[in-house]
Design a protein around this ligand. Structure first.
Ligand SMILES: Nc1ncnc2c1ncn2[C@@H]1O[C@H](COP(=O)(O)OP(=O)(O)OP(=O)(O)O)[C@@H](O)[C@H]1O
Length: 269
């Protein structure tokens, strides 16, 4: 298996005055090229902190993060191999989109990190129109503001913003948790399709076992900053070993549902 990302012994300690708190403790896992790797755990278990360390938004206290075999962190500096190679989509599109910016400016903002020629190529009118249409929105939406859209549409805008740089690796941090159930499956299906079309690798963070089962190839279960179980989704769902994983599975309403239910949905975008 070719690892795209290798996380080894990674910890994150937050300090507040004389107090310190270990949000992530000695975490190890790897993600192969083309895989969707799920991270599940209760609120506060360290999932988002891990996603932020991988994408350079938080600095690990210790441990190593290798991307394509090269360290992501050099001392206290995050070193991406190529700007825009990694992107992150956050849970709440309401707060992650600047209300004062038009959609076109929001989607093209990540291109500012790219060299001018690449910025021009990736932000061409043709590419922008193709991308906005591909995520299920319209070209005329580019002139509007975030408040003019539904939650599902706003998350489609956030997905377009993440993809404009043609990333290879995307962290999806609870990308559908803030959405109505009727909209969730549409956005999940869009993410699956985009992954296939663009040869993406995902780290998919969720607290919903059904969503992890639907989306992921392998997964890790986190509790209080530690990984308690890692394996293929099929193995963990059929033979969970850790007591906490068993608890998560027992709280799943329909353990035998292989898919997120898309049958009774109405498209709300
Ligand atoms: N910047 C910070 N300063 C101090 N503590 C923090 C900071 N960010 C996160 N924490 C703490 O670290 C722990 C892990 O938080 P994190 O957001 O990673 O958890 P999570 O598993 O993603 O939770 P959720 O599912 O609710 O998003 C929590 O106890 C949180 O309060």
């Amino acid at each position: 298996m070719n690892s795209l990302l290798e996380v080894s012994g990674v910890s994150k300690e937050y300090k507040k005055g004389s107090q310190s708190f270990l949000a992530v403790s000695q975490v190890d896992f790897s993600i192969a090229q083309g895989e969707t790797f799920g991270l599940i755990g209760e609120s506060g278990s360290g999932k988002s902190t891990l996603g932020k360390m991988i994408t350079g938004l938080e600095h690990p206290t210790s441990g190593s993060l290798l991307y394509k075999g090269s360290p992501l962190w050099q001392g206290s500096k995050f070193s991406r191999l190529k700007p825009g190679e990694m992107q992150i989509v956050f849970q709440d599109p309401q707060s992650s989109l600047d209300p004062r910016m038009r959609i076109q400016a929001i989607i093209t903002e990540p291109l500012l990190a790219l060299p001018p020629a690449e910025r021009a190529a990736k932000g061409s009118t043709e590419k922008l129109h193709a991308l906005i249409t591909r995520v299920g929105l319209k070209v005329e939406h580019l002139n509007r503001y975030p408040h003019e859209f539904s939650g599902g549409q706003r998350q489609r805008i956030a997905i377009a913003r993440a993809l404009i740089t043609d990333p290879a690796f995307v962290v999806l941090d609870e990308p559908t948790s803030a959405l109505d159930v009727s909209v969730q499956a549409h956005v999940l299906n869009l993410l699956q399709e985009l992954k296939r079309e663009r040869n993406l690798t995902y780290l998919f963070i969720s607290h919903n076992m059904a969503v992890i089962r639907y989306m992921c190839d392998r997964m890790a279960v986190m509790k209080q900053g530690r990984i308690v179980e890692t394996g293929s989704v099929a193995d963990i769902f059929s033979h969970p070993e850790d007591a906490y994983t068993k608890t998560l599975l027992s709280s799943l309403p329909s353990l035998h549902a292989k898919r997120v239910d898309t049958t009774c949905l109405t498209e709300q975008n």
